[in-house]
Design a protein around this ligand. Structure first.
Ligand code: CA
Length: 372
């Protein structure tokens, strides 16, 4: 259809849009007249949500509770969800199995925790030197990413939804300068996931310590460095009191997505309007969490600068270039590890390479020029 005809057609109302519109979240918002009876049922549902976060953990745990509250209000109290912190109902890292096995109907966590269940899950958490929050959301909602995520979790009887994003994280706290890749040799650093594998290729040692042991670990030299999240959470951990340098950027987590997972049968047994409410609240949570991270991180960065003698440094270009090369090796190994990894990585890469010129021309160009 020619452009002129299209606009004329819209103005005259002679072009109708498809009856079934898929929202960005991938849920069909169908013409539901025939389902009216099914929607307006007064049946009440009581669900449990388990989380991988300590109870009331800032932003992440708070977000899970907000989501449950939004669902309750939007559903007029027909769907009530009790939220449990990690360890309250099941151990934090048992959330995936707890939802599969109907111990709870849903969970809030992060996909890279489930790398042991399926290595491809890591593409839905964060990839070192990968897409940032804005780009990742674009791939998930509008570039086929979410459909692949659903395909990956379907054999586990689970439905995933994006449930937040940290934004670009910080590079971590160090007690020595990082001037070249050689400075990473022998470095014992808390660095989970794929970032840890990249650090190992650079000669460092990725140490996995629980959050609660990081402060004393760094203070006593059990580890030489640690990454965590960003200024807000890092300040609460107290790292600025004991580390000399705070490096940026968090090349290893350039926009870590959080997730919500739902027991497939339990979700599909909800009436359609409640399903839509659950999805809408998840999309609201996804947006709220990134906004909250940005707001709090700005505030706490200023506090760290004011209250701490820790120096904020950028990783030298030479270090970033080398880490990026090691990352390519790590991702290639991951992509070759199984069929779903190959399929998802192909989609991730293809979307990224198409979107990147646009991001460079606009977002990147803007930030480079805004302060000139
Ligand atoms: Ca982190």
């Amino acid at each position: 259809m020619k452009r002129k005809t299209f606009f004329k057609g819209l103005a005259l109302g002679t072009i109708s849009l498809p009856l079934v519109i898929r929202s960005c979240g991938g849920d069909p918002i169908a013409q539901q007249n025939s389902n009216t009876a099914a929607i307006h049922t007064e049946k009440k549902y009581k669900w449990k949500m388990v989380t991988t976060w300590p109870p009331n953990f800032p932003v992440l745990g708070e977000g899970a509770k907000l989501w449950a509250e939004w669902v309750k209000v939007m559903s007029g109290g027909r769907l009530e969800i009790e939220v449990y912190g990690g360890g309250e109902l099941v151990p934090a890292l048992d959330c995936f199995d707890a939802v599969r096995n109907e111990v709870a109907e849903c969970a809030s966590g992060a996909a890279y925790y489930w790398a042991g269940k399926s290595p491809a899950a890591q593409f839905f958490g964060s990839i070192p030197f990968g897409m940032n929050a804005q780009q990742l959301n674009s791939w998930l909602y509008c570039g086929g990413g979410l459909q692949l995520w659903e395909e990956l979790y379907a054999p586990f009887n689970l439905i995933p939804m994006p449930g937040g994003n940290t934004g670009v994280q910080m590079g971590g706290w160090f007690n020595k300068e990082i001037n070249s890749v050689d400075d990473l040799q022998g470095l014992k650093m808390r660095m989970p996931g794929l970032g840890g594998k990249v650090l190992a290729k650079a000669g460092g040692t990725a140490v996995l310590l629980p959050g609660g042991e990081l402060y004393t670990g760094l203070e006593r030299g059990i580890i030489d460095a640690t990454e965590w999240i960003g200024p807000y959470h890092d300040y609460k951990m107290g790292f600025h009191q004991i580390a000399k340098y705070y490096y940026t950027p968090g090349w290893h987590e350039p926009g870590t997505a959080l997730e919500m997972i739902f027991n497939k049968e339990k979700f599909e047994s909800l009436p359609e309007d409640l399903q839509a409410i659950v999805r809408c609240a998840a999309e609201r949570l996804n947006q709220w969490m990134l906004a909250e991270f940005d707001a709090k991180n700005g505030e706490y960065l200023a506090k760290i600068k004011k209250e701490s003698s820790a120096e904020i440094r950028s990783y030298p270009d030479e270090v970033m270039i080398q880490l990026k090369k090691y990352t390519e090796d790590v991702i290639q190994e991951l992509a070759e590890s199984d069929e779903m990894c190959r399929k998802i990585y192909a989609s991730y890469q293809s979307f990224r390479s198409k979107g990147r010129p646009w991001s460079d021309l606009t977002e990147r160009a803007y930030f480079e020029k805004v302060d000139i």
